[in-house]
Design a protein around this ligand. Sequence first.
Ligand SMILES: Nc1ncnc2c1ncn2[C@@H]1O[C@H](COP(=O)(O)OP(=O)(O)OP(=O)(O)O)[C@@H](O)[C@H]1O
Ligand SMILES: [Mg+2]
Length: 258
Amino acid sequence: MPTTAELMVNDLSVQFGGLKAVNEVSFSLEPQTLAGLIGPNGAGKTTIFNALTGLCPVTGGEISFNDNKLTNQPPHTIARCGIARTFQNIRLFNNLSVLDNLRIAYHKNRRYSLLCGLFRSPRFHREEAEITARAKEALDLVGLADKAEHLAGSLPYGEQRRVEIARALMLNPQLLLLDEPAAGMNPHETQTLLELIRQLRDNLKLTILLIEHDMKLVMNLCERIFVLDYGHLIATGDPRSIQSDRRVVEAYLGGSRP
Ligand SMILES: Nc1ncnc2c1ncn2[C@@H]1O[C@H](COP(=O)(O)OP(=O)(O)OP(=O)(O)O)[C@@H](O)[C@H]1O
Ligand SMILES: [Mg+2]
């Protein structure tokens, strides 16, 4: 039986002044797909993530997730619908512990009132304990349980990227967007990341869309690949068909452009 798409992107456009960074892009994702979004520098990949998470205005088209219209909704509404992300440039508080970086991510969802917090009510203590337990669970999922008390800025780059993933998991997402999760990693760290991403999909039943320049990672991991070039979606398919697609090869080798 065919599954229904979870994420639907129809004719999405994002224009910055005279530049159409994303130009009428349409694609969909079915639940629990591991998908890749690739393309040369400046192709519009991060802009698509920004549009999906409410961080840049959509100038045309529509985004829906589980039938909720998300076009131009604020980031917190989108997060509440089940979409979380990591950033191309790591955004951690370097001088806070790893655990506190995760706790902060969840704090805007706290249910106790400011007064409860000020007077340290039983409700405050109960919810704080729940948030800490959730943060430890998220760290465990990314294999960093033993780094909870370390300062985020003191961790090697590869581990900081995994903290970012754990922080996104704090929001209990259904769709996880990863912007260049392997950037700056050595081959061993990249292989560990590949296994982690697979486990997250399998164990948490997540749908994952990742932007990545590491073609070995993308081709080994992703079941479906979308290729962007100058804001246009030029190919969609499985790794084999993408690798032999003439337009994709031309985009990467700098051949003739559409
Ligand atoms: N806020 C913005 N204002 C103006 N132009 C922008 C803005 N954000 C992105 N752009 C431009 O839009 C285009 C697409 O940028 P984007 O960051 O989405 O590319 P990318 O595919 O993620 O590239 P990379 O692989 O280098 O990260 C680029 O030309 C970029 O300069
Ligand atoms: Mg980018």
